[in-house]
Design a protein around this ligand. Structure first.
Ligand SMILES: [Zn+2]
Length: 270
């Protein structure tokens, strides 16, 4: 696949604008560079194209949390979780990029960067007062670039707003008075594959733009649209995002078992 020519930067900017990236807006990007390469300049070329499409008044946001629950977080040194990809890993190290001070970090650049990422430690990770929640409140767009809605963390915000009954025990480690302290919490987590339902909700209402960016496929929508539709669906059916009990999904089974009463809630068939 790498013998195809790199997409020139100017073309990537054109693709982003054609998709509907709002110049001057707030844009949260989840990406797998592997799925969109080759692009001129590699992951840094992609970051430059995103910034150019957003313009000087726009704010670019990427997830930047660590996968390490055992070590205190240092925003200047702790790597982002590997599954966030090469672009997110490079992004927080770029000059001018602001990163949250806590382990559930996002990174951002642009006029609203601090307003998005400078939150207190949000537990669970995607509360209304988390970076994802702030993107939502600022009416930001979400760009899924070479990834699907299973990477769309705004749907975890929707789960919290809808009050889903599942919560997996998790912990993290923070520094207090210079000493590492363990914090236990419950997180609305599962395999996230059924987040793909959001494609149908958004497409049916014409609220998701889809098209090529680089050599990959992109989805673009407003955070407020996907969250609103997911909250409506979850209020009707709180376990909608969990695989059925007979589907053999260990992550969803764990989430189901964490519900009061073991998650025996009637699922509507539609
Ligand atoms: Zn599952």
């Amino acid at each position: 696949m790498l013998d195809v020519p790199p997409v020139p930067s100017a073309d990537v900017v054109g693709q982003l604008l054609a998709l509907g990236v709002a110049t001057g807006g707030v844009l949260l990007v989840h990406t797998s560079f592997r799925a969109v390469r080759p692009i001129e300049g590699g992951p840094l070329g992609l970051i430059a194209a995103l910034r150019q499409a957003l313009g000087p008044e726009g704010t670019l946001v990427m997830p930047s949390w660590t996968g390490d629950d055992e070590q205190p977080f240092d925003p200047a040194a702790t790597p982002a979780a590997e599954d966030l990809g090469a672009t997110a890993q490079l992004f927080w190290r770029q000059p001018g990029v602001v990163r949250s001070d806590h382990l559930l970090a996002a990174a951002a650049i642009g006029p609203r960067a601090a307003a998005v990422v400078k939150t207190a430690l949000p537990l669970p990770p995607h509360t209304p007062d988390s970076p994802v929640g702030r993107v939502h409140d600022l009416d930001g767009q979400v760009l899924l670039l070479g990834v699907g809605h299973d990477a769309d963390t705004s749907l975890h915000l929707a789960e919290i707003l809808a009050g889903v009954p599942y919560g997996i025990p998790r912990h993290c480690t923070v520094l207090r008075d210079g000493r590492p302290v363990r914090i236990d919490y419950r997180e609305n987590d599962h395999c996230c594959q059924r987040f793909a339902l959001a494609d149908g909700w958004l497409r049916a209402r014409g609220l998701q733009a889809e098209g090529p960016v680089g050599h990959g496929r992109a989805r673009l929508f407003r955070a407020q649209d996907v969250v609103r539709l997911a909250v409506e669906a979850l209020r009707r059916e709180p376990l909608l995002f969990l695989h059925d009990a007979d589907a053999g999904c260990a992550d969803c089974d764990k989430a189901r078992a964490s519900c009061p009463g073991g998650g025996i809630i009637h699922r509507e068939r539609s």
